[in-house]
Design a protein around this ligand. Structure first.
Ligand code: NAG
Ligand code: NAG
Ligand code: NAG
Ligand code: NAG
Ligand code: NAG
Ligand code: NAG
Ligand code: NAG
Ligand code: NAG
Ligand code: NAG
Length: 521
């Protein structure tokens, strides 16, 4: 990928002040629980009558309420995309928000490249992607100040989905007569939007007849060190052993106040320019965040594997499961940063600007321009969901430094939203998990799909030790995949365990949709 930190140098100076894509210091944002994407087929698509459809990247607009608690404030234009390739009268309406991202480009989620389209194809349904409020170009107000962001919270997002379903007139033939009391609606989501799917079913029963939540991070957790558990368990063992050795050395040096050792460690990575030890510890996490972009069909060239190869393969010889040990790894990991990784992450931006988090006047914190998913998502993180990807408690193996604790992120909440927070805020995860039932969710016709190697698994209903029962009304399936792997059709082609999840999801949809009855009101 081209480093976003480079945009600064690619944009004209005038655009710079408003776009403000300077440093991207926040490691947590690199591990945002976002939806994977695949390219949509080129089209053109035809409906079942053989009529050519509008291009699938056609943008439609819905008049969404600015504030569901105060409809008098009026509406804003919420973007959506839809297609009726497989639709036949009486079929379901399949709705997804891609969640905390600019929704433009997610058109594959209208097609049978994804589970959404497979369900539509099987059930003669229509598909819709709706952009989440405060992301992309769907903004109640034209800035992302703390004042405007007061209207960004889970409840408003749920209410958006409900109000959309109850009021939208779709552009397809008969599209003004498919409200939830006239046709079955299916809600789908992945990652945060998978959680939102579960939370919507809990909070607003009776609107969406059935739902599919992939890698849904239903339980909001502040101290989310569990992010690194599946990574540590499923990455090459020699690589995790060596990463653990370096992290233990860093943490020991820090505990001993051994500044000489820390300085020489930073220098090995070419990161002497980072003045704060926690920013250095955070930079080392970046190699692990690359795990999140893995899918079953990615090859050995993926950045995460390049990283482990750099640590473990020496002159064509691979270390055994114990790894090469501390000294070798400091040199190898440091050299990987020097030769490859620094440029990949920072381009030619200096270390403090790229990886530091202490410059409160940095435009990364101060820019309030819209279409900045990092800022909008960070607002939700600081307020309601946390998911801080930190070092584990003492006594557990650590591939991430214990120097990184929730305060590392909470401090940045103040940097980014000084009007809202004067001291580091603790996110209200207990309230979130009470209001929307987190792991305790028990609703009808909600299908959960998770992946064994997903770093977000520990916040899903497939978390280790939770042992939540899978039932016929609320089935829980787990494949060997990564984050939201089951949403992508191709992943089922290359991995049997994911195919089984997809087949089960489709089969439950068939059963549940055959049971649909228009509500009597
Ligand atoms: C397909 O044709 C039938 C019969 O003319 C019509 O009722 C229906 O609305 C058409 N469907 C679409 C999606 O255009
Ligand atoms: C997906 O839909 C296309 C038409 O858009 C169709 O040609 C193709 O056969 C479908 N794929 C599967 C796996 O059904
Ligand atoms: C941000 O938007 C709000 C709501 O429209 C407006 O009241 C406020 O003046 C704007 N602030 C800035 C800094 O643009
Ligand atoms: C660490 O060492 C430095 C320099 O010797 C000293 O100023 C500082 O107070 C020490 N910090 C702790 C926590 O011991
Ligand atoms: C790995 O190799 C080292 C050095 O040869 C050896 O001491 C160690 O026992 C080996 N570990 C394993 C798990 O085979
Ligand atoms: C050692 O690391 C290499 C490179 O990442 C990997 O291919 C290999 O499977 C690992 N071997 C063991 C025993 O962990
Ligand atoms: C990395 O680069 C720094 C200078 O930027 C250098 O001091 C250090 O020796 C290099 N480390 C390795 C392992 O190449
Ligand atoms: C902090 O960021 C501002 C704005 O980008 C910049 O002008 C300033 O030099 C930075 N300060 C430091 C200490 O890097
Ligand atoms: C947000 O952060 C991600 C990951 O660091 C980056 O790819 C993206 O360009 C950033 N976007 C903005 C608007 O800062």
């Amino acid at each position: 990928m081209a480093s976003p930190r480079l945009f600064k140098f690619l944009l004209a100076p005038l655009a710079l002040s408003s776009m403000a894509l300077a440093a991207i210091p926040n490691a947590m944002l690199r591990g945002r629980p976002s939806l994977p994407n695949v390219p949509a087929p080129a089209g053109p698509f035809m409906d079942r009558n053989g009529t050519t459809l509008p291009p699938i990247d056609t943008v439609y607009y819905f008049d969404q309420l600015i504030d569901h608690n105060n409809p008098g404030l009026g509406t804003f234009q919420q973007r959506y995309w839809t297609t009726w390739e497989f639709y036949e009268a009486g079929g379901p309406i399949i709705l997804m928000t891609p969640g905390e991202t600019d929704a433009d480009g997610y058109e594959s989620y209208l097609t049978n490249e994804t589970v959404n389209g497979l369900i539509a194809q099987q059930q003669s349904g229509a598909t819709i992607i709706v952009e989440h409020r405060f992301f992309g170009l769907s903004n109640p107000y034209d800035n992302l100040t703390s004042q405007s962001l007061e209207l960004l919270n889970i409840q408003q997002a749920i209410d958006d989905l409900v109000y959309f379903a109850q009021n939208v007139d779709l552009p397809m033939p008969g599209g003004d007569q498919v409200k939830p009391d006239q046709a079955p609606w299916v809600l789908i989501g992945g990652s945060y939007s998978g959680a939102l799917t579960s939370w919507t079913m809990v909070n607003k029963p009776g609107i969406f007849w059935a739902a599919y939540a992939s890698s849904g991070v239903v339980e909001a957790i502040t101290d989310y060190y569990g992010y690194f558990t599946p990574i540590r368990e499923y990455m090459p063992q020699n690589c995790s052993a060596d990463v653990e050795a370096v992290i233990a050395y860093l943490d020991q040096s820090y505990a001993n106040n051994d500044t000489a050792a820390i300085d020489s460690l930073k220098s090995a990575f070419g990161l002497s320019g980072l003045s704060h030890i926690d920013d250095f510890a955070s930079a080392l996490q970046d190699n692990l965040f690359d795990w999140q972009s893995l899918q079953p069909d990615v090859g050995p060239g993926a950045m995460f594997f390049q990283f482990c190869d750099a640590l473990e393969v020496d002159n064509g010889i691979s270390a055994n499961a114990s790894g090469w040990g501390l000294d070798h790894t400091i040199t190898a990991w440091g050299s990987f940063w020097n030769t490859t990784y620094y440029a990949y992450v920072c381009g030619s931006v200096d270390a403090e600007e790229c990886l530091g988090t202490y410059n409160t006047t940095s435009s990364y914190y101060t820019s309030t321009a819209v279409n900045n998913a990092n800022r909008s998502w960070f607002w939700m993180v600081c307020n309601q969901v946390g998911y801080y990807q930190v070092g584990p408690p003492e006594g557990q193996p650590a591939i991430v430094s214990r120097i990184i604790q929730p305060i590392y992120e909470e401090r940045q909440c103040v940097n980014m939203f000084p009007q809202a927070f004067s001291t580091p805020p603790t996110p209200t995860v207990e309230q979130t998990d009470t209001d929307y039932e987190g792991w305790n969710v028990e609703v009808d016709r909600l299908f959960f799909a998770n992946g064994l190697r997903d770093p977000w698994r520990e916040a899903t209903v497939s978390a280790d030790g939770l042992n939540k029962p899978s039932t016929d009304t609320q089935p829980i399936y787990e494949g060997d995949g990564f984050h939201c792997s089951d949403l992508i059709t191709e992943n089922g082609v290359v991995d049997d365990t994911i195919a089984k999840v997809q087949t089960a999801g489709l089969s439950y949809m068939k059963t549940w949709l055959s049971q649909w009855k228009a509500p009597t009101s």
